[in-house]
Design a protein around this ligand. Sequence first.
Ligand SMILES: Nc1ncnc2c1ncn2[C@@H]1O[C@H](COP(=O)(O)OP(=O)(O)OP(=O)(O)O)[C@@H](O)[C@H]1O
Length: 263
Amino acid sequence: MSTPAVHIENARVFLGGREILRNINWQVAQGDRCFILGANGAGKTTLVKLLMGYAWPLYGAKIQTLGETFGHVNLVEHRKRIAWVSPFMHQWLGDRSWTGREIVLSGLDGTIGLFRDTTPEEEALALRHMQALRAEHLADRTVVTMSSGEQVKILIARALMTSPELMILDEPSVYLDIAGREYLLRTIADFAATRPDLTIIFITQRIEDILPEFTTGLILKSGEIAASGSRETVLTEENLRHAFDLDIRLIKTDTGRLWTVID
Ligand SMILES: Nc1ncnc2c1ncn2[C@@H]1O[C@H](COP(=O)(O)OP(=O)(O)OP(=O)(O)O)[C@@H](O)[C@H]1O
């Protein structure tokens, strides 16, 4: 069996004196398309921070990503193999009127904004990633004038510049209206089909965001894993009622996508 993309054993995380995550034992295989679902405050972002080495577990835990064990790896270098894309990153854009092209290219330097001249090869690579995400028309637009969905696509293209092996999409559709969300989700799924080697973790609070392409998943509730495994075993009415404390019914469309009805 190949090395899992994510392997966590017995993780427990305290922040500000509060226990935020407990009993976390979780694996994601390489190339998996895995969703993380949970209500506000369930611990989704803290789990991502744990994967990125921005939050640390109590002694006794084991955290591995892409085969490297935390505590025995240079995290600054290791993080270059992992892309964390969050729409909240737009807050880091600052005052400069960066174009889509400049933001995408800056992924090469780990900055948000470009501070050097680029080579024709780098320009061609940036264009290829924007094309794969159907975002090439945004190359010369300033990012601050783009819609939230367009900004997310530029951030995904930026993340791809260093050829990550693991991509974490942290609530990418959170600011989008219905049409924008549908378009972005389809774009991500289509893009994922072109990169079977890339492990993708997709965080969301909304069941309908989880397209059938996401075949494994995890539900967090109050800092604990409430369910994990295949899409079918995780996305059940019973699990969702428990996770969200709501009387949720699921309706499945012909495409296999699930929509919630609250009675
Ligand atoms: N630095 C911190 N100090 C203290 N508590 C924190 C800190 N960061 C997060 N928390 C708390 O940990 C809990 C989990 O937060 P987290 O951001 O991981 O949840 P989430 O599932 O991502 O939520 P959301 O869907 O609202 O983004 C929350 O109760 C939050 O208030």
